[in-house]
Design a protein around this ligand. Structure first.
Ligand code: HEC
Ligand code: HEC
Length: 263
């Protein structure tokens, strides 16, 4: 069984970090971790962290960013692994905020935190701009088992209309009418694996993920109940990519104030 939220921990020698928590490693998970280690070694040679920290003068940013591909896919397009989020083509302001959040402890992921621990804002802005500028096709979701249609209908209603009785605005009000995000810093919700979506909403509910105050997304995650989270993540992850996946140029005034999205 796939863990609901993978904390990204990789055995210490690879990225030179000590995993934060002790983990009970399931055999299949161990196998995928070993595969990941192999991929990291193949792709990043001496180690992703070193590749980032000591760029050779001739190494372009694009080359240095190959350190990210074992997990985020070729050029940040995400892998079929089922957890890793795509980063290519997301709004630069959003990507920058996340890199800062990992560095400054508002998001907890041992690998990501280690990678960006010593990088300054200027470098993080360059990294964010690099991935934001990539315009690569989205991969259609693998055909899932046939979902309960009432659940999918509930998921779609939350995404498009929200639920006023719970004080939950439509996801589309902040994530863009096509749910592909909006500039400068509103992320899209389509094209993300279901396990990742579940992981993020769960992390907001437990306080493991926070955004700059006021953290509107934390408020919304806590207003959703477990059945709503099941429904909305199922519907989102089942959406085939549309012909236009770029973030919208701007949003109308969002229904709640958000410290991170507006930047
Ligand atoms: C060993 C695997 C691994 C490597 C290598 C890696 N990442 Fe990540 N990254 C992850 C995981 C796992 C997450 C999701 C963490 C979570 O659950 O919050 C993540 C999340 C992110 C996010 C947030 C995405 C979102 O939608 O919020 C960004 C941005 C990111 N990584 C950038 C990078 C960059 C840039 C590099 C290369 C310098 C990189 N990552 C290398 C595993 C990795
Ligand atoms: C009031 C505005 C607002 C509404 C409404 C909203 N969100 Fe968000 N959401 C945000 C902001 C802002 C972020 C980025 C936070 C950050 O910078 O970490 C975000 C981030 C997310 C992320 C993380 C994306 C990633 O790549 O890691 C998920 C998942 C998410 N929202 C799900 C939802 C769902 C599901 C709904 C509808 C039920 C919803 N949101 C409604 C503002 C909103």
């Amino acid at each position: 069984m796939r863990p609901a939220r993978w904390d990204g921990a990789v055995p210490a020698p690879v990225l030179g970090q000590a995993p934060k928590r002790s983990m009970i490693v399931h055999p299949t998970r161990l196998l995928s971790m070993l595969l990941l280690v192999l991929l990291v070694l193949l792709a990043a040679g001496p180690g992703a962290r070193e590749a980032l920290a000591q760029p050779a003068p001739d190494a372009s940013l694009a080359r240095r960013m190959q350190a990210c591909t074992p997990c985020h896919g070729k050029e940040g397009r995400a892998t079929p692994d089922g957890y890793f989020p795509r980063i290519a083509g997301k709004p630069a302001g959003y990507l920058f905020n996340q890199l800062v959040n990992f560095r400054d402890g508002r998001r907890e992921n041992a690998t990501m935190a280690e990678l960006v621990a010593h990088l300054d804002d200027a470098y993080l802005r360059d990294i964010a701009a690099h991935f934001a500028a990539l315009d690569l096709p989205y991969v259609a979701p693998a055909p899932g088992r046939s979902e309960a249609s009432a659940q999918l209908a509930r998921g779609e209603a939350l995404a498009r209309q929200g639920d006023a009785s719970r004080g939950v605005p439509a996801c589309a009000a902040c994530h863009g009418g096509r749910l592909t995000g909006a500039l400068p810093a509103w992320p899209g919700l389509v094209g993300l694996p279901r396990d990742y979506l579940l992981g993020q909403l769960g992390a907001w509910r437990t306080g493991q993920r926070r955004a700059a105050a006021p953290d509107c997304m934390g408020t919304i995650a806590r207003r959703l109940d477990a059945a709503d989270i099941e429904a909305v993540t199922r519907w989102l992850a089942a959406q085939a990519p549309g012909s236009e996946m770029k973030p919208a140029a701007a949003l109308p005034t969002p229904p709640l104030e958000c410290g991170s999205g507006a930047r």
